[in-house]
Write a protein that binds this ligand. Structure first.
Ligand code: C2E
Ligand code: MG
Ligand code: MG
Length: 566
């Protein structure tokens, strides 16, 4: 060896240098008893060298690494050294992860003990755990994420196949969560998600059976299920979890959820497919009006296809002029006179005949076709109303329904002003019907409604009572009237509760200087009730169904007698 007098003094120096290095080295006898340490191992074991001498090394081993560590020790004694990661419990009770290299110690050819070289890898382990956590958990709620859930689902599928049970994947989405964010701010949105996660954890207590997929979407897993009926009754239970309000700050907030459910059985479909189908069912639940669950059925795919066809047909229909408007009269409840008309779109399908809006408006909303269609409705309603006025009919306002998509267009005010200018209709003869959900984004709604008012266009809230009730904000909005939803009006006579709601809405609205119009009025009893409670106007089959333009002309020609005999 260069610079050393001989080989053995080189080896001696090398040993010294190793012995003095920061690596912790322990020498154990054949029974695992500590014979020596190269220094006081305070950092790892929390005690001095003298504390440790004469004691069994295994005393410090964590229960879980005990078995493997002993095996590695035995192998080393048998002449097969190796590396073993162990966890020790130090004097203070803390855990320290070590990477231990074991080497046999021989004396005159006989293995008399083991030398253990230890390296503290706790920090490394912690960062591995952090990476694992980030990859498999959602930061905000601490719930497993999509990746975790999907792999868990695969395992559970195999188990359910083995046990011959069913399994249900539930895909859950918070209804109108975006509007909560928009109205209350993102922090409140996060707070709401945390509270929802907490309620859901109570329902899906098994570790890994609940995940936050993204945004306001969660997925849950029901295992060991016997029948579809059982799944349905569990879903009823789940929906009931959302009956009690949540609390944002000190404001109680009612939130509903929609859930899509796919029942899995055997190994026919993998986890990803089950999730996709649960998602499709969720989509359907949303379409059907939210706040409900929907079990997946195979005809969804046909329906999706049907919808695509429908969207394609609607584009053509718009170009071919297949849409038309019907108008439903609105009556003053005190005088019985027609004081307004609601424009309701119809589709004259070349094969299917007259299609009601319930069958195509949702698809038009989804595809965005509602925007050009809505433009057409607005244009046509204004044009027709102006034409009637020019023909000498008593001027009355026409109401046009605005859909959510239209409402979010940036240039909407400009469009409306343009249509009024172009058709020559006085703005006071146009009313727009918006829904409660549009008022949730308070800022946007306020500025839009103010601009509309400046234009001179009337505003009413359609289907009032069915949506998110921001009555508090409503008082600040420049709105002209509320339309009480027909579901309340329908059983005024039969349901004392509904009667009370209708009476209360009328009183409240009047307090806020708003006009009230009841929709879906069909019977004389309903008319009487509304009159007694001072409701201003009504619309419904009792007066007249929606009619094509020429039907309206005939009705208005009769003028005063428009009110049916009462
Ligand atoms: P809506 O705005 O609440 O319209 C009232 C609906 O109630 C109309 O259904 C009308 O025919 C129906 N109706 C009227 N009187 C009675 C009654 O006495 N009893 C019952 N059971 N129903 C009555 P329609 O025409 O099928 O329209 C359904 C919905 O489609 C409308 O509800 C509205 O949300 C939407 N819609 C219709 N036309 C348009 C449109 O041009 N644009 C947009 N965005 N939506 C529209
Ligand atoms: Mg309406
Ligand atoms: Mg309505």
């Amino acid at each position: 060896m260069n610079g050393w007098p001989d080989e053995s003094s080189y080896q001696l120096e090398l040993l010294k240098s190793i012995y003095n290095s920061p690596v912790t080295i322990a020498v154990l006898d054949r029974h695992g008893v500590v014979l020596d340490f190269n220094h006081d191992p305070y950092e790892t074991f929390g005690c001095s060298k003298t504390d440790m001498l004469g004691r069994r090394f295994a005393e410090w081993l964590d229960e879980e690494s005990y078995h493997d560590a002993v095996q590695a020790f035995r192998r080393t004694l048998a002449g097969k050294p190796g590396t073993q990661s162990v966890r020790i419990v130090n004097k203070a009770g803390g855990h320290v992860d070590l990477n231990a290299n074991l080497a046999p110690l021989s004396n005159e050819g006989e293995i008399v003990g083991v030398v253990v070289f230890m390296q503290d890898i706790s920090e490394h382990k912690r960062s591995l755990n952090r990476i694992h956590y980030m990859a498999y958990y959602d930061d905000m709620t601490g719930l497993p994420n999509r990746r975790f859930f999907t792999s868990r689902l695969e395992e559970k599928l195999v188990e359910s196949y083995r046990d011959g049970t069913l399994l249900a994947v539930c895909y859950l989405d918070v209804d109108r969560f975006k509007l909560v964010n928009a109205s209350y701010g993102r922090d409140s949105g996060d707070m709401l998600l945390l509270q929802i996660a907490e309620r859901l954890t109570r329902f899906f207590p098994d570790p890994g059976s609940l995940a936050r997929m993204e945004g306001d979407e969660f997925a849950g897993l029901l295992t060991d299920v016997k029948s579809a009926e059982e799944v349905a009754s569990r879903m009823d239970e789940l929906m009931r979890l959302f009956e009690a309000p949540f609390e944002l700050g000190s404001v109680p907030l009612h939130v509903s959820v929609s859930i899509g459910v796919m029942i899995g059985q055997g190994l026919e479909e993998d986890g990803a497919t089950l999730l996709k189908k649960a998602d499709a069912a969720l989509y359907r639940a949303k379409e059907n009006g939210r706040n409900d669950y929907q079990l997946y059925t195979s005809d969804f795919e046909h329906q999706a296809l049907h919808k695509l066809t429908l969207q394609h047909e609607m584009m053509n229909a718009l170009q071919n002029g297949e849409f038309l408007l019907h108008y439903q009269p609105q009556y003053d409840l005190a005088t019985g006179r027609i004081v307004g008309l609601e424009a309701l779109v119809r589709w004259m399908h070349p094969e299917r005949g007259l299609v009601p809006p319930g069958e195509f408006i949702p698809a038009a909303e989804d595809s965005g076709i509602i925007v050009p269609l809505g433009d057409w409705v607005l244009q046509e309603a204004c044009r027709q109303n102006k034409e009637w006025q020019d023909a000498g009919m008593t001027p009355i306002p026409v109401s046009v329904n605005l859909s959510f998509r239209q409402f979010t267009q940036r240039n909407l005010i400009g469009k409306i002003a343009g249509v009024l200018r172009q058709t020559g209709l006085d703005p006071s003869y146009l009313k727009l019907e918006i829904t409660e959900s549009m008022t949730m984004d308070v800022e946007r709604a306020l500025s839009f409604l103010r601009e509309l008012r400046e234009l001179g266009v009337g505003i009413s809230i359609d289907d009032f009572g069915t949506g998110y009730s921001s009555f508090h904000y409503l008082s600040n909005f420049p709105i002209g009237s509320l339309k009480i939803d027909r579901s309340f009006v329908r059983d005024i006579d039969g349901n004392a509760n509904n009667a009370a709601i209708v009476a209360a809405i009328i009183a409240m609205a009047h307090n806020l200087q708003l006009q009230v119009i009841a929709e879906g009025v069909e019977t004389i009893e309903q008319v009487r009730f509304l009159q007694q409670h001072g409701c201003d106007e009504m619309q419904g089959y009792f007066g007249s169904p929606p009619l094509p333009g020429h039907g309206i002309v005939q009705l208005l020609d009769k003028d005063e007698s428009a009110w049916p005999a009462s």
